[in-house]
Design a protein around this ligand. Sequence first.
Ligand code: MN3
Length: 199
Amino acid sequence: MSFTLPPLPYAYDALQPFMSKETLEFHHDKHHQAYVTNGNNLLKDSGLEGKSLEDIVKESYGKNPGLFNNAGQHYNHLHFWQWMKPNGGGAIPGRLEKAIIDSFGSIDKAKEEFIQAGVTQFGSGWSWLAVKDGKIIVAKTPNGENPLVHGATPILGCDVWEHSYYIDYRNRRPDYIKAFVDSLVNWEYVDELYSKAVG
Ligand code: MN3
């Protein structure tokens, strides 16, 4: 296989005012493209060429840092574009809503922990909702790492690298993550991943 960059699932200006056209042009066309290009170069002769993207991420972790960083970021961004939608952040599908309440006590508590994970991730990284042992957990990871390499299945991730928010929010990372949760999250896609993860 080789990595390819799919187009955004919406127009570049579709997430305004919460995420600008300029941010999406740089983030998708430059940053994600660079992970794809570098990942393809590093995949050559790595011994993992025939594997799925998920297996490349898991099997390069701790062994081939260059490939891991780029493949991990390719995986993370493929989902990140789908984790957002215009007019997002609305109602959570019933089964997923119940599972979040079972795991955290309330939706507000889960959102608060997810935001806090992103705010407290020192430097570049991601905040996550993931399924582990049938429960939904909050996690944070540095750089291109994700819950796949910690025995969990990511169902929602927020990119807290500065390239994701600096044009629109400058240093105000908490405002960006709050806007992501309140106005951008595509809960139907989160629900789809949740359903796959729990079968
Ligand atoms: Mn990014």
